[in-house]
Unconditional design. Structure first.
Length: 277
């Protein structure tokens, strides 16, 4: 009985109006973060200022801007709300992923996403309190910690392969466009459906590029036993910029990341969530 308690709790949470509101606000905040990452990278690609950075770097940019403290507080709430929704997806399975091998893998992915967004929320709180935590992706830091474990190099290599797999799946999802099944398309106009599909496909493809690069550098770090070769989102964008025709490559991917931000905002409004499904 006790072992099923977390699942029952998650199932009740999945049908909670409060959880629904937090999830929607979380999607909106995630859209803001990705939108800013993309806009700053577009500006950098076309020589209009801006910079390439990951999620934590964008938090620092927000903190330095007008009303930075207020915005950081709201973003922290949204990130924790999104993390909560990911945990609900993992334990309560409102999307009916099931308990076969594929379903379990997807639900583990939801849990990992929840943990990552808790970390981002904590980073936002630390910045809000003036104790740092917004600069850089810390990819080399956690890679070094993982390498220090027994069989650490193998673990880093395996994580790299998994991340590449996630990237390839982003391409598959972009092509299939099955994310539409999770939206309340009946409430959307024809133009909203068209642009939501385009934004989602562009965003997922851009994430596919970024995840593939991150995974490649993790494998390189494992092969060379050098955690400093690991890259986060900002490092992946820097890698694109350094290639032949780099500004164009960076610009295309950056526009895709803006599209992913728009896709997140679409989810904030139209995502099917059990409380109102």
């Amino acid at each position: 009985m006790a072992s099923s308690s977390p699942k029952r709790t998650a199932q009740r949470a999945a049908h909670s109006d409060t959880v629904e509101k937090l999830a929607r606000f979380g999607y909106a905040v995630k859209g803001v973060v990705y939108g800013l990452i993309g806009i700053l990278a577009v500006m950098a690609a076309f020589g209009s200022g801006g910079k390439t950075s990951g999620s934590r770097g964008v938090l620092g940019t927000i903190a330095d801007g007008p009303f930075g403290q207020v915005l950081l507080g709201l973003i922290a709430v949204g990130l924790f709300g999104y993390a909560l929704w990911r945990f609900v997806q993992s334990f309560a399975d409102p999307d009916n992923k099931g308990t076969d091998a594929e379903g379990i893998i997807k639900r583990i992915g939801y849990f990992v996403s929840g943990v990552i967004h808790v970390g981002l929320g904590i980073a936002a709180i630390r910045l809000l309190l003036g104790s740092g935590g917004g600069g850089g992706s810390n990819a080399d830091s956690w890679t070094a910690k993982l390498m220090s474990q027994p069989l650490g190099l193998w673990l880093v290599g395996i994580v790299g392969l998994i991340v590449i797999g996630v990237g390839l799946r982003q391409f598959y999802k972009a092509k299939k466009a099955d994310f539409f099944e999770k939206l309340k398309t009946g409430e959307m106009s024809a133009s909203e459906r068209t642009w939501a599909k385009r934004a989602g496909q562009a965003g997922l493809a851009a994430r596919g590029v970024v995840f593939s690069i991150i995974g490649f550098f993790l494998i390189q770090a494992a092969l060379n036993a050098n955690p400093q070769e690991a890259r986060g989102l900002g490092g992946a964008l820097d890698t694109l910029a350094a290639q032949p025709y780099g500004p164009y490559l960076l610009g295309i991917v950056a526009i895709g990341l803006v599209g992913y931000g728009v896709y997140c905002w679409v989810n904030a409004r139209y995502r099917k969530i059990p409380a109102d499904s």
